[in-house]
Design a protein around this ligand. Sequence first.
Ligand code: GLN
Length: 508
Amino acid sequence: MSALNELSAHELSDLFRKREASAREALAATYARIEEAEGEVGCYLLLSREVAEEQAQSVDERRARGEELPPLAGVPLALKDIFCTKGIETTCGSKILRGFVPPYDADVVERCREHGLVLVGKTNMDEFAMGSSTENSAFQVTRNPWDLERVPGGSSGGSAAAVAAATAIVAMGTDTGGSIRQPASFCGVVGLKPTYGRVSRYGVVAFASSLDQVGPITKDVRDCALMMNVLAGHDGRDSTSIEAPVPDYTEGLEGGVKGLRVGLVKELMGYQGVGVDREVGEAIRAAVARLAELGAECGEASLPHLNYSIPVYYIIAPAEASSNLARYDGVQYGYRTPAESGDDIVEMYRRTRDEGFGAEVKRRIMLGTYALSAGYYDAYYVKASRVRSLIRRDFDEAFEQYDVLVGPTSPTVAFRLGEKTEDPISMYLSDVCTIPVNMGGLPGMSIPCGFSGGGLPIGLQLVGKPLGEETLLRAAYAFEQSTDFHRRRAHPIAERNGVRSAVGRERG
Ligand code: GLN
């Protein structure tokens, strides 16, 4: 049998229920793997081992007493360091939040605790979730477990790499323009960005509030559905939280795709739009052919305004960020640059922000402040908001014809460390397939759909109607069950010697 940390959450949950494994054993296997792999991969900013051991012990004791526990009780979980965790440092990948210990839990963290998930640690990320490679972290590099010379994607790169490296069973990320789906794609795991408002943003460090959404990163689609059962639901503390009833996301998983109308978005496939790598394009076409074999009615869809997504995003997201990040002044949170004699308070703010924020964050604050300034607001922010409506309308029209839209999650496989750090625009362009979905507030998902010749994972993106998560999960599950991509595992340590590229192997 595989080591416990290699299993999916639902496999582990079955073992727990049959008393064939305990939460403490699963946690021990996870930390053993961390000891082996973390030095190379670098997923975690902080390990919360004491808290985790207490949680695992309490789950085991409750189970021993015969209590009926939720399905994911005892499952080791990794949290992106953007989620406020009571009593546990939360940095959001930024020096300016160093030493910030939140006095409360995010809504989703409360939910995870109630469901008995065990908090392994907080994962690395791009500073304030701004980036696509996790290289904007103020603290450390995270490497792609499939190829240690490559990025894990971002901004939730630590979470995706942890699931791929089996140093966590499930993980959580946030997605403002692709930060769950793109790292999931680069690391060969499953990631879901729910409908805007489906999951509470309370206690999640804000980046661009009209786009931010929380979601799971998992080894397979069933685990993703189980995590949605934990995370989704109304929260009065988030004014954009949706009041719709929450289904059991596992219920319809096996319904199949017969008659499901699937549209391949042509602009995402290189037609007057995104330039897609040949191998990625081929894998996506093969995936659509597979869905058709399974009974889906596949055709071509069009989103004519897709090309404006990146420029619109880089007005709206920095504008909102410049406002959200105004609160970091060296007084209320974390880091402060001490004043020198003769400094007034404004000078203290200035020094703190100058030293506390990294280059990309400063770039966004300047872009956003400019776009919102008097005289430019109409030309930039208002105009961008109008174009955003056009993109949203494109989706509405496409969904008159289709139930699910598909395309690549990313135009390329994982790129090399350092490849795009000197050129912000090329980094921005790597999100061209995911950003439009945030513009529409729609649910989007990435699942493994193939490998490049060099052995790097390729992700298929599925996009649904508002609150269409169940349809996405059903389509994703049907595809996954007819393939074996999700069974391959990255093993950076064992196969590292001599092999710099493909390091997958079948799961035994
Ligand atoms: N890469 C995009 C950015 O840098 C999206 C990040 C995200 O989704 N948080 O803004």
